[in-house]
Design a protein around this ligand. Structure first.
Ligand code: NAD
Length: 333
């Protein structure tokens, strides 16, 4: 069993086929070590154990809003996640799903636990309170034989992991400051991401943002010229760095600017890690992402890197919940 998993491509599923889900499919297309066999959206799914036709899936989703309409292997379903878990043979899933309501991802994790499925799950969750719900499932995940890696996008994810590595120069960590810049051409390409960002704006919360119609979102963005500026966000980078033993969560801050009308980043995404060395010097390491890298590249790349790392753990019988700050992602070829 172990030999088979390390020699043949990892069979991957992507749940959620919006902005990130589709980018994830494109990221996987040229990979030899992973094969995308199933994707699901809220109206259906497409499964082919030989590997999906990614272009066909993306074009039917664009035209008809569900991969379930695909003539070949597409299935319409109002319970697509449950159906996929039951019908598809998959080693690991990237959960590119909206976390709306804020309990949604934990509910999906429970569905996997209850189904008896075993393998690797990776998410790109953002809120601290969402990761806290998963922590409560730690022993259930372990017993179920599931290796679950949470917070494996860009922030949390790539930047949190970079902070954990950078912290090693110091004897004490004073602050971790994450500032992100995101540029997207139109908000409709990433509806859940933008709604979840609006939920951090003053006067909004997850429930009010979730209840907004697309027209209401567009009207709000008209008022702000398409810009969402955020500071002191509830972001799981804090709990992840605390759990990894780097620093207490109150030393971690996250904020940023999202431009929903321009793919150019409004500012360079970076993380600054300030601390004291063993010699008593105070210093700051800065890790800055290249401006040409999109949000999709910085989320989907790490997500699959963590999925590969999760497979290695799972094959060794190591199950349960891990965060992007405790595991080193592997590079998917
Ligand atoms: P989106 O709105 O573009 O797409 C969501 C997809 O999920 C759609 O295909 C929809 O049909 C599907 N879906 C919704 N409910 C479903 C259900 N019950 N069953 C099956 N499918 C369902 O979303 P997006 O903008 O790609 O964002 C996805 C998630 O990624 C969000 O939670 C967002 O916050 C997160 N994200 C994380 C980071 C990070 O750095 N950690 C960055 C960006 C986005």
């Amino acid at each position: 069993m172990i030999i088979e998993k390390t020699t043949s491509p990892i069979k991957v599923g992507v749940l959620g086929f919006g902005g990130l889900g589709q980018a994830a499919a494109k990221v996987l297309a040229p990979k030899a070590e992973m094969k995308l066999v199933v994707v699901a959206d809220h109206q259906g799914y497409v499964y082919d154990s030989a590997g999906l036709n990614i272009d066909a899936a993306i074009s039917i989703y664009r035209d008809r809003h569900s991969v379930g309409y695909l003539a070949q292997n597409g299935t319409l379903s109002s319970n697509s996640i449950q159906d996929v878990i039951k019908n598809a043979a998959v080693d690991g899933y990237f959960l590119a799903l909206p976390n709306l309501p804020n309990t949604f991802m934990a509910d999906v994790a429970k569905q996997f636990i209850q189904s008896g499925w075993q393998g690797v799950l990776v998410d790109a969750l953002k809120r601290t309170s969402a990761v806290e719900q998963l922590l409560e499932l730690q022993s259930d995940l372990q017993q179920a034989g599931i290796t679950y890696l949470t917070g494996c996008g860009a922030t949390p994810g790539l930047l949190t992991a970079a902070a954990a590595v950078a912290a090693q120069s110091y004897a004490e960590i004073h602050s971790v400051k994450i500032t992100f810049g995101v540029g997207i051409a139109n908000w409709e390409a990433y509806r859940a991401t933008i709604r979840e960002d609006i939920a951090h704006m003053p006067g909004y919360n997850v429930e009010t943002a979730r209840a907004m119609t697309d027209q209401e979102v567009a009207m709000l963005l008209d008022k702000t010229d398409g810009i969402i500026s955020l500071e002191n966000m509830e972001h799981a980078d804090d709990i992840m760095l605390e759990l990894a033993g780097i620093c207490s969560r109150d030393r971690v801050t996250v904020g940023g600017v999202v431009d929903t009308r321009n793919p150019k980043k409004p500012l360079s995404t970076n993380v600054k890690i300030t601390g004291r060395t063993f010699e008593g010097k105070i210093s700051t390491h800065t890790f800055t992402l290249g401006d040409e890298t999109s949000m999709a590249a910085n989320v989907c790349g790490p997500a699959f890197g963590y999925l590969k790392a999760g497979m290695a753990l799972n094959c060794r019988g190591i199950t349960g919940l891990f965060t992007a700050a405790e595991i080193m992602p592997q590079f998917v070829k």
